[in-house]
Design a protein around this ligand. Structure first.
Ligand SMILES: [Fe+2]
Ligand SMILES: [Fe+2]
Length: 266
């Protein structure tokens, strides 16, 4: 049985473009945009950010489904949690499809990145959930919290409430990842360390060269969005409150803020 299917095996419409992170970065730089991800001060930020998240929700749904399928010998409760996550992520994908429509975009308007799928490539279910649920979905908490504040500043209750609803689920997914990372590696510190190392690599990958900061320390930029001038963050901020709710320790959060370091699962 083939575990860890390659990204080109994901089912997408024929006109849908999946690109490696490097090609996406190069294309952005060629257009005079920030290399790593759309920034709030860029034109089309909202469409492009919602599109990136929507693609992430699809890949999260597919990843949880693959984790369920790839590890038939894992505990039944683990499989049930993965099945529940597929259901959650499918609702999230649906919500973001509607939000794309709401801002005048559609799924497929921008290329979809492959980088999230590359984070699913672990042979061990403990490493899978460490990387996906703790690494990637921790990042989702940051991105969603920032989007909620942006929507509040814009006075857009539709985006604010829709994203808040999804964030509540993501917090439970992070907690689920921590629970299973610990349970599956019980009595096997080496296996735990390997799962942690897999997550560390993902945290480092999304550290954006140490460019992540706190909400308090982020530069505040005035920006016109439509007919309003609103305040936006100048960088990617760590959602301390949401991450604490998700069970990250203060120490783990500080390490993310101060640049990459080894974090421990609690
Ligand atoms: Fe999600
Ligand atoms: Fe999730």
């Amino acid at each position: 049985m083939q575990r860890m299917i390659p990204v080109d095996k994901l089912a997408r419409p024929v006109d849908h473009i999946l690109l490696p992170a490097e090609r996406l970065r190069n294309a952005r730089v060629e257009q005079g945009l920030s290399a790593n991800s759309p920034m709030p001060y860029e034109e089309d930020f909202l469409k492009s950010r919602l599109h990136g998240i929507c693609a992430g929700e699809f890949q999260a749904m597919e990843a949880a489904g693959r984790t369920l399928y790839d590890f038939p010998d894992a505990p039944w409760e683990f499989q049930l949690d993965m099945a529940r996550q597929v259901w959650d992520e499918s609702r999230h994908a649906d919500i973001y499809l509607k939000l794309l429509e709401y801002v005048g975009s559609y799924y497929g308007e921008f290329p979809e990145g492959e980088v999230l799928w590359s984070c699913t490539q672990a042979e061990d279910p403990a490493a899978r959930v460490a990387g996906i649920n703790r690494g990637l979905e921790g990042l989702a908490c940051d991105v969603f919290e920032q989007l909620i504040r942006l929507a509040q500043n814009m006075g857009d209750e539709v985006i604010e409430r829709a994203v808040d609803y999804v964030l509540a689920d993501e917090i439970t997914h992070v907690r689920m990842g921590s629970k299973w990372m610990r349970k599956l590696t019980e009595g096997d510190p080496e296996r735990f360390a390997r799962a942690q190392a897999f997550q560390d690599n993902i945290d480092a990958l999304f550290n954006f060269g140490g460019g992540r900061t706190t909400i308090e320390q982020a530069a505040h930029i005035k920006q016109r969005v439509g007919d309003k001038e609103i305040e936006i963050d100048g960088g990617i901020t760590i959602a301390r409150e949401a991450r604490l709710l998700a069970g990250f320790t203060e120490e783990e959060i500080d390490r993310l803020v101060h640049g990459f370091g080894k974090s421990t699962a609690y």
